[in-house]
Ligand binder design. Structure first.
Ligand code: PMV
Length: 317
């Protein structure tokens, strides 16, 4: 039997992270320069009579039954089986390869979940809708991140830029002209659930300060949406940088993120900010496409571990 393979992209949050957990809007962009591929092949004649999971990125090679009950890969498989009322998985080999760094704000966990759900449901003869894939991926995000807003699984499932408000219908948005982002990895692994929990502590300790910050971020996101759609990237850039300053006040930036933001701006980026949970992970810079390579090199000289350049096409392109 041929292998079934499904891939899912990564993502960055353009603006609104953290505040989105508190019912404020956010914008997320799929990133196709990094992705996760899940390939599954049925092995009915396997001598082991057991499904094997191979995921080199997380140094995992074991039988499915050896994974703890709450392991996200095991939960993903069980959710698919439950949804189609199958009580066991035919013996197979499941390979997961990702070019996305883990714990870096690029959505590697949601990307892995979406790739597994799509590949396994296809292998079993079911074609889940995007909504169904998204719902299952959200359940797995809860294991990874505790109280996620759902933005990561949604942008990765639909693979389109979206304006997202927790618990409300989301909206796909397209930029007024092609948009270019340089994404730079600090090389510092950061746990989104830890960052979200620390923000929660801050919020509980000083609600009025945090509510003000979340409201300010929410307003910036509304402005960012408008300038994104109009293609006014000068204004969008300024808005993203202001968002970074508010994220600093929230306490989720760190020295290297701040210095990469400064470096991007001083080398001509239109705006720059941390992206995702923060405390490490990745930052993004909005740039004119002809300056993308030079700003990416400047970010490496300023201490970034690596960079990616991604483009969001405009309508009709
Ligand atoms: O997974 P990350 O690191 O990109 O963070 C997701 C964005 C947060 O707003 C920090 C958390 C969430 O669930 O929305």
């Amino acid at each position: 039997m041929p292998a079934i393979s499904c891939s899912a992209p990564g993502k960055v949050i353009l603006c609104g992270e953290h505040a989105v957990v508190y019912q404020k809007p956010a914008i997320a962009v799929p990133v196709f320069e990094g992705s996760t591929k899940c390939s599954i092949v049925a092995k009915p004649n396997s001598p082991h009579d057991e499904t094997i999971i191979i995921a080199p990125n997380i140094a995992l090679k074991c039988f499915l039954s050896c994974l703890v009950e709450k392991h996200p890969i095991r939960v993903a498989i069980n959710l698919v089986l439950e949804k189609i009322n199958l009580d066991h998985l035919p013996v197979c080999e499941i390979r997961i390869n990702s070019s996305l760094p883990t714990a870096a704000g690029l959505g590697s966990s949601a990307s892995t979940s979406v790739a597994i759900i799509r590949a396994l449901s296809t292998l079993l003869g079911y074609s889940f809708s995007d909504d169904e894939v998204n719902q299952l991926a959200f359940e797995i995000e809860k294991i990874h991140h505790g109280t996620p807003s759902g933005i990561d699984n949604t942008v990765i499932t639909y693979a389109k830029t979206l304006f997202f408000n927790k618990g409300q219908p989301f909206e796909f948005i397209v930029p007024g002209k092609p948009l270019t982002l340089v994404i730079a990895d600090t090389g510092i692994k950061s746990s989104t659930s830890k960052a979200v929990a620390e923000v929660r502590q801050g919020y509980l300790a000083d609600q009025s300060k945090y509510i003000t910050l979340f409201n300010q971020i929410g307003d910036l996101v509304l402005s960012a949406k408008e300038s994104f759609i109009k293609g006014d990237f000068q204004l969008l850039g300024k808005t993203l940088t202001e968002n970074h300053l508010l994220l600093r006040e929230i306490g989720v930036s760190c020295d290297i993120l701040d210095s990469l933001v400064d470096s991007a701006l001083s080398h001509g980026a239109l705006g720059a900010k941390l992206s995702g949970g923060g405390q490490g992970g990745n930052m993004i810079a909005l740039v004119d496409s002809d300056r993308a390579e030079s700003i990416a090199s400047a970010l490496i000289s300023s201490g970034a571990l690596k960079t990616l350049i991604t483009h969001v096409p405009a309508k009709g392109i």
